[in-house]
Design a binder for this molecule. Structure first.
Ligand code: NAI
Length: 380
C-alpha cells in the first residue's frame, strides 16, 4: 500500500529536523514491510519559504491540497508576538477544521528530567483546537472595533469596562466541546485507559469552561453510559470520567501523575498543559502531536521554530520522528511505529543525544541533529 503524505518544511529549525527525521520514518516502513508499504511525500509550501517563493505565507494551492488530504505533517511555523500576521498554525487548524489536537506524553527510560518519577507519566492530551480565546477574535486597545464592543457591553449589558481595554473573545460551543470529548472518550475506551479527565476553569469562567465540563459529562452519559462511570459511582471495568480545575491539574500532574491518563480540555489549557507535561518527561524535543479533523490527520511537532538554535545542526529531530511513529500507528502500521520508538529508546539508552537532552543527562555525549537522526536510523 502506498500512502500520500503532504509535508510542510516549516521555519527556523524546520529544514534541519526534517532532513534528519524523514529518512528514519521511511526506513522504519521499509525495514518492516519491504516494498509492500511505502509513504509518498509531496511538499506543500507555507511560512517563510512560501512567502519567498509565492508572495503568500499560506498559498491557496496548499490549502486546496490539504482540503482533500488524508495525511500531512509539518515542521514549526513562526508567528510574531503582539503584532504582524496572525498565526499560520491557527489559520490551518481553523480552515481545515482540525478540531482535536492529540499529544501523547510518554517517558523514554534513561532521560533525566526535572521530576523524580517521570516513568509515572503516561498521558494523552486531547486539546480542543478551533475555539476559545485562541479563535483569534481580538481587537487592539483604543481601536474603533474595541471601542464599539466596549460601548455595546456598557450600553446594552451594564458592564463597566475601561475605554482603554483591549478585547479578546472566548467562543465555546456545545458542538465543538462535545466532538472533542467524544473523540477522547472513544480513544480512552479503545486503548483501555482507566480514566478520562475534563480539565477546565469552570469555577471562574462558568458559561464557557464550566459549560465544557458539563457538555463533557453529558456526552459520556448520553453516548457511552454503559462503558463509563463517574468518580462518585465507581464501577469496575469502566472508564472513570472525572474533572479537575486547570490550576489544580498542574499540581496534580506533578504530585499524582499516575492517577491521570486521557485529558480532554479547551484550547488554551491544553496548550499550557502540553508543554508542562512534555517538560516533565524530558522537553519539547521529544513531544509529538497530531491535529485531526474527521478527514485529515495533520501531524506536527509540539515545539516551535527555536530561532536561537536554527541553522546550527543542534535541534532535536525527535519530536518529528515520533510524529512519524504516531502517523504509522494511525495507518495501523503498528510494528513500524514500534520500531521507531524502540530505536529512539536505544539511542537514548546509549546516551548519544542532542544538546537539549544531553544537558540533562549525566555522562551523555552531545551529537548534532543530523547525527542523532542517523543514530536512531541505525538502531531501527
Ligand atoms: P520554541 O518551541 O521554538 O522554543 C522553546 C525552547 O525550546 C527554546 O529554548 C528552544 O531552543 C527549545 N526547543 C524547541 N524545539 C527544540 C528542538 N527540537 N530541539 C532542541 N531544543 C528545542 O518556542 P518559542 O521560542 O516560544 O517560539 C518560537 C516560534 O515558534 C514563535 O514564532 C512561535 O509562534 C512558534 N511556534 C510554532 C509552533 C508550531 O508551529 N506548532 C509551536 C510553538 C511555537
Amino acid at each position: 500500500m502506498q500512502k500520500k503524505v503532504y509535508w510542510i518544511e516549516g521555519d527556523g529549525i524546520g529544514a534541519e529536523v526534517w532532513k534528519a527525521a524523514r529518512p528514519v520514518i521511511d526506513a522504519a516502513v521499509a525495514k518492516e514491510y519491504g516494498v509492500e508499504h511505502s509513504l509518498v511525500w509531496e511538499e506543500l509550501l507555507a511560512g517563510e519559504k512560501a512567502q519567498r517563493e509565492t508572495g503568500s505565507p499560506l498559498p491557496e494551492l496548499t490549502l486546496e491540497k490539504l482540503r482533500t488530504a488524508e495525511l500531512a505533517m509539518k515542521g514549526p511555523l513562526g508567528t510574531p508576538v503582539g503584532s504582524g500576521m496572525r498565526s499560520l498554525n491557527v489559520a490551518l487548524r481553523q480552515t481545515l477544521d482540525l478540531y482535536a489536537c492529540i499529544r501523547p506524553i510518554q517517558y523514554f527510560e534513561g532521560l533525566e528530567t526535572p521530576v523524580k518519577h517521570p516513568e509515572k507519566i503516561n498521558m494523552v492530551i486531547f486539546r480542543e483546537n478551533t475555539e476559545d480565546v485562541y479563535a483569534g477574535i481580538e481587537y487592539a486597545a483604543q481601536t474603533p472595533e474595541a471601542q464599539k464592543i466596549i460601548s455595546m457591553l456598557r450600553d446594552s449589558f451594564g458592564v463597566n469596562l475601561s475605554d482603554a481595554a483591549a478585547i479578546g473573545i472566548k467562543p465555546m460551543t456545545e458542538h465543538g466541546s462535545k466532538r472533542l470529548v467524544r473523540r477522547a472518550l472513544r480513544f480512552a475506551i479503545a486503548q483501555k485507559f482507566p480514566s478520562l479527565t475534563l480539565v477546565h476553569k469552570g469555577n471562574i469562567m462558568k458559561y464557557t469552561e464550566g459549560a465544557f465540563r458539563q457538555w463533557g459529562y453529558d456526552v459520556a452519559q448520553q453516548e457511552f453510559s454503559d462503558l463509563t462511570c463517574t468518580e462518585k459511582d465507581m464501577l469496575p471495568g469502566r472508564l472513570v470520567v472525572k474533572d479537575r480545575i486547570a490550576d489544580a491539574m498542574f499540581q496534580e500532574a506533578l504530585l499524582h501523575p499516575a492517577s491521570y491518563h486521557v485529558i480532554a480540555t479547551p484550547n488554551l489549557n491544553g496548550d499550557y498543559l502540553s508543554d508542562a507535561l512534555a517538560a516533565q518527561v524530558g522537553g519539547l524535543g521529544l513531544a509529538p502531536g497530531v491535529n485531526m479533523s474527521d478527514e485529515l490527520a495533520f501531524f506536527e511537532a509540539t515545539h516551535g521554530t527555536a530561532p536561537t538554535i536554527a541553522g546550527q545542526d543542534k535541534a532535536n529531530p525527535g519530536s518529528l520522528i515520533l510524529c512519524g511513529a504516531l502517523m504509522l500507528d494511525h495507518l495501523g502500521w503498528h510494528p513500524a511505529a514500534e520500531r521507531i520508538r524502540k530505536a529512539m529508546q536505544k539511542a537514548i539508552a546509549d546516551k548519544s543525544v542532542t544538546v537539549d537532552l544531553a544537558g540533562q543527562m549525566a555522562g551523555a555525549r552531545t551529537v548534532g541533529c543530523t547525527a542523532f537522526g542517523d543514530i536512531i536510523g541505525a538502531a531501527l
